[in-house]
Ligand binder design. Structure first.
Ligand code: ASP
Ligand code: MG
Length: 407
């Protein structure tokens, strides 16, 4: 079967008119002779609104009921998109995540997909139907509904594409591809025509919002080719795949919500603390002067200040929320010292106060005070367009931003 999986983000489905346009886009793909499975997100800010409604009633909502509540957002989207397709005369069927065969672990609100059983999807495709699946959710082997963590619809799309052996997985969104730097922050940002999956993973981990890191990780493991393209535009977008040759300089990114935690290495053995910290994606960790330093991504916390305060009250740890990061990403960029020292020196010479820096294979990361982060990003952007560090950069993989491009 010639199957394509498309994922539509919440902003592409925010109004009835947009849903109609998405339905027309899906219909066009089906009419071109392909079997289409769509994974949809909750519309607009629905998930945030649902979470905030639970907080109106309850200080600490139970994760099980929170899952049931949040999963509703994606189920509404899937039903509406299927209805819009039916209105256009197409045979479409909406399925919840559990109906579509996502089997997860039992970790409510942040469950991991452990198995795919997409029998009903395959059966519907066999009958010539277009299948619209509610993203971001699955069920445990016992039948409990779970969600996959914020931004989890990207991962749901990749998992479905892998399970069905789809030709490609298109992430249809409000940007027309992956940019070298966030075009909302930098006017003349350039779009990448293609990008190695390893570099995309580094960009996503270090703050680029366009794809969820877990979805890129899964695409690497399952060898899924990803297209990031605009829902309503006609540009081809950016191809992300494991077999694409990397670039010495692929892009720059920034991230503000970082928690820097310092502790005695022995405190590491405290199981309660370990569990608390496992809730947050780890950016970096290092041992320095006998102290353990952890840099954690707090983006999905509703109140990072309350979290940090409680940690330092309960455990012998110091917490700091004043840092953010800028990162330069490229294939093997961290394998040699020269780019690392060059960027570090340039940031220092321009007056930026780099507090901690890390070189990894695909990324160079610099932690500095949050207010300095936007300026450092601008500075790095200018620098990297001229510096010999990137003189081997060929520009044939870039296209200038179109005026319609936005993140
Ligand atoms: N609706 C969920 C969220 O807002 C999942 C997603 O959009 O991917 O995080
Ligand atoms: Mg998203």
């Amino acid at each position: 079967m010639n199957i394509v999986v498309q994922k539509y983000g919440g902003s592409s489905l925010a109004t009835p008119d947009k849903i109609r346009k998405v339905a027309a886009r899906i219909a066009a793909t089906a009419q071109a002779g392909r079997h289409v499975v769509c994974i949809v997100s909750a519309t607009g800010k629905t998930t945030d609104e649902l979470v905030s409604r639970s907080r109106d009633l309850c200080e600490n909502p139970a994760p099980r009921e929170l899952d049931l509540l949040m999963a509703g957002g994606e189920q509404i989207s899937s039903a509406l998109v299927a209805m819009a397709l039916q209105q256009l005369g197409h045979d479409a069927v909406a399925l919840s995540g559990p109906q579509a065969g996502y089997i997860t672990c039992t970790n409510h609100t942040n469950a991991r997909i452990v198995e795919m059983r997409p029998f009903r999807v395959l059966e519907a495709l066999d009958h010539g139907r277009i299948v619209i699946v509610a993203g971001f959710q699955g069920r445990t082997p016992d039948g409990e509904l779970t969600t996959l963590g914020r931004g989890g619809s990207d991962t749901a799309a990749v998992a479905m594409a892998a399970a069905l052996g789809a030709e490609s997985c298109e992430i249809c969104t409000d940007v027309d591809g992956v940019y070298q730097v966030d075009p909302r922050l930098i006017n003349d940002a350039r779009r990448l025509q293609s990008l190695g999956a390893g570099e995309m993973l580094a960009l996503a981990k270090m703050g680029a919002q366009v794809l969820h890191p877990a979805s890129v990780q899964l695409a690497i493991e399952k060898d899924v080719r990803l297209w990031v393209r605009s829902t309503f535009g006609s540009e081809p977008g950016t191809l992300v795949a494991g077999d694409i040759d990397g670039r010495r300089f692929a892009g720059i990114t920034q991230h503000l919500p970082v928690l820097h935690l310092t502790k005695d290495p022995l405190v590491m053995t405290n199981q309660t603390l370990k569990r608390e910290l496992e809730r947050l994606p780890m950016l970096h960790t290092t041992l320095n002067n006998g102290r353990c330093h952890l840099f954690l991504n707090t983006q999905n916390l509703s109140d990072e200040h309350a979290f940090a305060r409680e940690l330092s009250q309960q455990f012998p740890v110091e917490t700091e929320l004043a840092l953010g990061l800028v990162a330069v990403v490229g294939e093997n960029i961290g394998e040699q010292l020269q780019p690392f020292w060059a960027v570090n020196r340039q940031l220092g010479a321009a007056g930026f106060d780099v507090r901690h820096a890390f070189a990894q294979r695909e990324s160079l990361t610099f932690y500095l005070p949050r207010p300095q982060v936007p300026g450092a990003l601008q500075h790095l952007n200018q620098l990297l367009q001229q510096d010999p560090l990137v003189s081997d950069l060929s520009t044939d993989h870039l296209t200038p931003a179109t005026p319609a491009a936005c993140f």
